[in-house]
Write a protein that binds this ligand. Structure first.
Ligand code: GLA
Length: 436
């Protein structure tokens, strides 16, 4: 698919690329908020699995015992995460979303799992998950009810935080439905953060605070990252290319506000990976994986790991792309350019490397060419004076040695894959380094 030679003036690649380059100039950690919520967690974006997009609020275990929200689902997914290579590449948190609760609190005011669907209770589930070397996430809501109408945590923040800690929970996704005021929303998110802290247990705190704030006024991200380990900004992801596009559009339109605030301990969350489901073509799945890596997004898959194609599995377990996502420099990437229905995204990485993604957004016609000057990448410093470039997606291959000179620019030509939304990932390292 990709022509790759050592030093041609132009190269034919296939369209929609994710490149990873390497060179000097990195932005040091130390910008405002670079340390995030001071619980020592999520120093790189959280990786795991979250039930919502794929399984939603299916509580009908009688008719759909394999896909209803029950302990069986989580026990099975945990087993597979540990045995099928997921844990080995970094997926660690298995997370319950909405609809796990019984409709009422217990006599002491504590949340309880639905006794029919979770007969062993959450502590039992947590024990099993921990025995597999994994961590357990749970869901609650800052307001009077969860989005699906189960008991909300308003008025119970300390009790709920303590209950989760007692059960051995390791992550809380805290939703923002049924809040009666903006003050309630903001104060609630803060209070729950402090309540989790007071339990003394390490619990990753996943917020939706800015998502619910935006319709009213611009969120204060500096404050949000003082309280949350990651935060949703935009609408729920669906299993569709339109949904991925909307999320990318929102992210690039707001990148001046949201990119600088991301860093170790606090991340923008563009929502779940839907790779391995029904709605995305192969190329669109590649695009999601590549762009979620560039965006330093939490990698929370929502799919059925019991039934997943080898291609989707290989993509989700791609170690090179995961390494970009988990890069310890912790700088979120951004959209560099948009022209002629192409987008170029880039992300600075540790050791002077850069990740670059090229996306073809045109939804008519066949493969298209795109030419990039390496001088335009990485704030003008990528490949200066030279670099090694490796394509990572759609296939890993070395593209070789590139030089930056003002007189003699080297170009890379990118052509579309045989379907319209095709992505590639390249890596470039200084020519003096060993291979990526
Ligand atoms: C909201 C959230 C989703 C999911 C549902 C559950 O819509 O944004 O991610 O948690 O609630 O009801």
């Amino acid at each position: 698919m990709v022509t790759a030679m050592m030093k041609p003036l132009s190269r034919v690649l296939w369209l929609g690329c994710v490149l990873v380059f390497c060179f000097q100039v990195l932005v040091p950690c130390g910008l405002p908020g670079a340390c995030g919520l001071d619980n020592g967690l999520a120093m790189t974006p959280t990786m795991g699995w979250l039930h919502w997009e794929r399984f939603m609020c299916n509580v009908n275990c009688q008719e759909e015992p394999d896909s209803c929200i029950s302990e069986k689902l989580f026990l099975q997914i945990a087993e597979i995460m540990a045995s099928d290579g997921w844990k080995d590449v970094g997926y660690e948190y298995i997370c319950i979303d909405d609809c796990w609760m019984a409709p009422e609190r217990d006599s002491k005011g504590r949340l309880q799992a639905d006794p029919k669907r979770f007969p062993g209770g959450i502590r039992h589930l947590a024990n099993y998950v921990h025995s597999k070397g994994l961590k357990l996430g749970i869901y609650a809501d800052v307001g009077n009810k969860t989005c699906a109408g189960f008991p909300g945590s308003f008025g119970y923040y300390d009790i709920d935080a303590q209950t989760f800690a007692d059960w051995g929970v390791d992550l809380l996704k805290f939703d923002g439905c049924y809040c009666d005021s903006i003050q309630h929303l903001a104060e609630g998110y803060k209070q729950m953060s402090l309540a989790l802290n007071r339990t003394g247990r390490s619990i990753v705190y996943s917020c939706e605070w800015p998502l619910y704030m935006w319709p009213i006024f611009k969120p204060n991200y500096t404050e949000i990252r003082e309280y949350c380990n990651h935060w949703r900004n935009f609408a729920d992801i669906y299993d569709s290319w339109q949904s991925i596009r909307n999320t990318l559009d929102w992210t690039s339109s707001n990148q001046k506000i949201i990119v600088p605030v991301a860093g170790p301990g606090g991340w923008n969350d563009p929502d779940m990976l839907v790779i391995g489901n029904f709605g995305l073509s192969r190329d669109q799945q590649i695009t999601q994986m590549a762009l979620w890596a560039i965006m330093a997004a939490p990698l929370l898959m929502s799919n059925d790991l019991r039934h997943i194609s080898p291609e989707a599995k290989a993509l989700l377990q791609d170690k090179d792309v995961i390494a970009i996502n988990q890069d310890r420099l912790g700088k979120q990437g951004y959209r560099l350019r948009k022209e002629n229905n192409f987008e170029v995204w880039e992300r600075p990485l540790l050791n002077l490397a850069w990740a670059v993604a090229i996306v073809n957004l045109q939804e008519i016609g066949g493969p298209r060419s795109y030419t990039i000057s390496v001088t335009s990448l990485g704030r003008g410093l990528a490949c200066n004076p030279d670099c090694l470039i490796t394509e990572l997606l759609p296939e890993k291959r070395k593209l070789g040695f590139y030089e930056w000179t003002s007189k003699d620019k080297k170009y890379k030509t990118v052509r579309q894959c045989n379907t319209v939304h095709c992505n590639q990932t390249w890596t470039a390292l200084p020519a003096t380094s060993t291979d990526y």
